[in-house]
Design a protein around this ligand. Structure first.
Ligand SMILES: [Fe+2]
Length: 181
């Protein structure tokens, strides 16, 4: 038997601040206003991490030239490291009582790191662009650190330090690899 869809009687005026489904209301002792701000910061970092992961893989796949082997391997290591942070970022959001990203479309709506869909990018330009993206991610991580500290979210604060250290290491390696001479 066909079911008829019933529309909700009214929709909220502001769709931007989407309410969390009651079934996903993970208990937390952190204040709800502050955890939402933490969640917004973390969801932005998560989207940027996925964007940076895919760009790093893209460059790993499409790099060419005399340093092919070095760059190809370096970018694979970095992509693996970035991907390795994503699950923990998303689960920090859930542990602090909020909801996280759900799709590629959701990533696209939240990411601030820009995609690079060019047909060809010279190897040296790849390293420069990835270093700048990692530095941008570091900036977001530092901003998030202020937010989580204000919310007294110690666990997120501690893990943000690790993610910052990893991003700083990637930026360092990319800088050294791109030096001439
Ligand atoms: Fe590969």
């Amino acid at each position: 038997m066909a079911k008829t869809k019933t529309k909700p009687a009214s929709t909220p005026a502001s769709p931007k601040a989407k309410a969390k489904p009651a079934a996903l209301a993970t208990p937390t002792d952190l204040g709800s206003n502050s955890t939402r701000t933490v969640a917004e910061a973390l969801n932005g970092i998560l989207a940027d991490s996925f964007a940076l992961y895919l760009k790093t893989k893209n460059f790993h796949w499409h790099v060419s030239g005399p340093h092919f082997r070095d760059y190809h391997l370096l970018l694979d290591d970095q992509a693996t490291q970035i991907l390795g942070t994503t699950d923990a970022i998303a689960e920090r959001v859930r542990k602090t009582g909020n909801t996280t990203l759900r799709s590629i479309g959701d990533i696209a709506r939240h990411q601030t790191i820009k995609d690079n869909d060019k047909d060809f990018v010279p190897a040296a330009a790849m390293l420069v662009e990835l270093r700048e993206d990692n530095l941008k991610l570091i900036e977001s991580l530092r901003d998030a650190k202020d937010i989580v500290d204000a919310a007294k979210d110690n666990a997120t604060s501690g893990i943000l330090d690790d993610w910052t250290d990893q991003a700083e290491e990637r930026a360092w390696f990319l800088f050294e690899a791109s030096r001439k001479g």
